[in-house]
Design a protein around this ligand. Structure first.
Ligand SMILES: Cc1ncc(C[n+]2csc(CCOP(=O)(O)OP(=O)(O)O)c2C)c(N)n1
Ligand SMILES: [Mg+2]
Length: 350
């Protein structure tokens, strides 16, 4: 299948710490572009679900882009290992493939990354060390530990990225894996996506005495800290860059409690009727995307560039206009026709 070219603004999937120091405005524009395309397409996926075109359900990453996008851009995609949670759609876009690959996945089309065996967010890119997420919360963490250990034994300076939610943090798998990673001194960045809810259960009903999850790090003999990813995307990216560097060089695990948002509730069916009056409005007021847009508009407007939002939308138009040939983008596309394609039962010899 022939996919349209990626818009120019999405030409790079990489972000080096030096980019943030040398040219912060264009580094931020790159982060914004990926956050924007993640938000726009996540919203579109929700619309398509409501039109009955997607089966099962969809768990959106709206509100979580300021967390997953900078981390996915900063990771070394040639060696690192990652397993996104069900809020990691923006991270999948950065790590693997073309937007159309991901839409094929939601539509369960035959040419989807999982060859239509799985739907929605339950996929990854194993050949590129993005381990496919499964429903069983907490279960992916030990896989990240195993795959990262394997990379290190092969002499590669890999870091593992393990994402899990505030609710998932209560599973036994999470505790076992944090303990083992510390014992074996493995370079894993454990990221708790604390959006303050698990389904309709608020954190106050999940942990005794308003526990701060990052403080659990001490119990495993590792470092930890909390970070609000909704405030200042540039500061978040700089903090993540330093954290990744530390984990890579010390080979010690690190636990980050990342405060984040779940703007569209748990899943497509969530009406939010359990929220207190005004609570949803409070979430939207903390949304990092409009704040980053305003910040960049001020910078780029002053430099007589089109506003980043308009530039993003203009470029993203290329995503929906078919072109003649498929460019080599992303890892799925590079492997197309090789390991990803298997004969259908009908075409197999009897
Ligand atoms: C071990 C396990 N228990 C329960 C579920 C059902 N379940 C799916 S998502 C979810 C809520 C998870 O909350 P959290 O970890 O905070 O992530 P969030 O959805 O808020 O991003 C639950 C309970 C599951 N998939 N796996
Ligand atoms: Mg949660």
């Amino acid at each position: 299948m022939s996919f349209p070219f990626l818009p120019a603004l999405l030409g790079s999937r990489e972000l080096r710490p030096a980019d943030l120091a040398r040219d912060p405005a264009s580094a931020l524009l790159r982060i914004y572009a990926w956050m924007h395309v993640a938000r726009t397409s996540d919203n579109r996926i929700l619309d398509l679900f409501r039109q009955g075109m997607i089966k099962g359900t969809v768990t959106g990453g709206q509100g979580n882009e300021g967390l997953v996008v900078p981390l996915a851009l900063l990771a070394d995609k040639a060696t690192d290992v990652i397993s996104f949670s069900h809020r990691g759609y923006g991270g999948h876009l950065v790590w693997s493939g073309h937007l159309c690959d991901h839409l094929n996945q939601y539509f369960a089309n035959a040419s989807s990354p999982t060859l239509a065996r799985e739907g929605n967010i339950h996929h990854g890119d194993p050949a590129a060390r993005s381990l496919p997420m499964i429903s069983h919360l907490g279960a992916m963490l030990s896989n990240v530990v195993g795959a990262t250990d394997s990379q290190r034994r092969l002499g590669r300076s890999a870091v593992g990225f393990a994402f899990f939610g505030d609710g998932s943090s209560s599973t036994g798998d999470v505790h076992e894996t944090l303990n083992l990673a510390s014992l074996l001194s493995l370079p894993i960045l454990f990221v708790v996506e604390n959006n303050r809810y698990a389904y309709s259960t608020p954190v106050a009903e999940q942990f005794a005495g308003n526990a701060e999850l990052w403080q659990r790090a001490a119990g495993y003999g590792i470092e930890g800290f909390a970070l609000d990813t909704t405030l200042d995307v540039a500061a978040t990216a700089r903090t993540f860059a330093a954290a990744i560097e530390k984990v890579r060089t010390t080979s010690r695990p690190l636990l980050i409690e990342a405060h984040t948002l779940r703007l569209r509730g748990h899943a497509a069916y969530d009406t939010g009727d359990y929220l207190k009056p005004g609570e949803a409005e409070g979430f939207f007021a903390r949304d990092p995307l409009p704040k980053l847009r305003a910040q960049l508009s001020a910078t780029h407007g002053a430099a007589r560039h089109p506003s980043p939002h308009r530039r993003c939308d203009r470029d993203a138009g290329g995503c929906v206009r078919p072109r003649e040939c498929a460019p080599a983008v992303g890892t799925y596309a590079r492997r197309a026709g090789k390991s990803q394609r298997r004969p259908s039962p009908q075409s197999r010899p009897a």
